[in-house]
Design a protein around this ligand. Structure first.
Ligand code: DQA
Length: 140
C-alpha cells in the first residue's frame, strides 16, 4: 500500500516554531518516526512539505494512480483553502487530515476546517503521534 504524507506551510519550521504548541521535534525527526512506523506497517511511504497552496494542489493531483491513501496536514490552509478541499474531493483517494495541535481548543479561526468534510477522517491534538495514528488508519 502506497501512502503519501503532505506537510503544509510552516511545518518546515517544526522544532523552533511555537514548541509549546507544536512540540520540539524537527520535521526531519517527525518524518523519521513516520518512516519507521510506515515500515513496521509495511506501507510504501513518501513524505513532502510545501509552503504554497498551488504546490499542495499539484501534489494531490499527482497522487492519482500513484498512491492508495494521502495523509495531509494543511497547516493554516485548513481554515480557508477551498482549492485544497476541491482537490481532495476531486482525486478520489482517501485523504486523512491531521493536526499536531487540537485545533478545536484554539483560536476561533482555527476551529473551522474547510477540508474535514471531504476527508475520510481527522486526527487532531496528539502532537507528532497524530501522523502515526493516521498511518494506522490508512493501513486499515
Ligand atoms: C496545524 C494547526 C493550524 O492551525 C496551523 O496553522 C498550523 C499547524 C497543526 O498541525 O496543529 O500550521 O495544522
Amino acid at each position: 500500500m502506497r501512502v503519501l504524507v503532505i506537510h503544509g506551510p510552516n511545518l518546515n519550521l517544526l522544532g523552533e516554531r511555537k514548541p509549546d504548541v507544536y512540540g520540539t521535534q524537527t520535521l526531519a525527526e517527525v518524518d523519521a518516526r513516520i518512516a519507521q512506523v510506515a515500515s513496521e506497517l509495511k506501507l510504501d511511504l513518501r513524505s513532502v512539505q510545501h509552503n504554497s497552496e498551488g504546490a499542495i494542489v499539484d501534489e494531490l493531483h499527482a497522487a492519482r494512480g500513484a498512491y492508495d491513501a494521502v495523509i495531509i496536514n494543511p497547516g493554516a490552509y485548513t481554515h480557508y483553502a477551498y482549492a485544497i478541499a476541491d482537490a481532495i474531493e476531486a482525486i478520489g483517494i482517501p485523504v486523512i487530515e491531521v493536526h499536531l495541535s487540537n485545533i478545536f481548543a484554539r483560536e476561533s479561526f482555527r476551529r473551522v476546517s474547510v477540508v474535514s468534510a471531504v476527508c475520510a477522517g481527522t486526527i487532531s491534538g496528539f502532537g507528532a503521534d497524530s501522523y502515526l495514528l493516521a498511518l494506522r488508519a490508512a493501513a486499515r
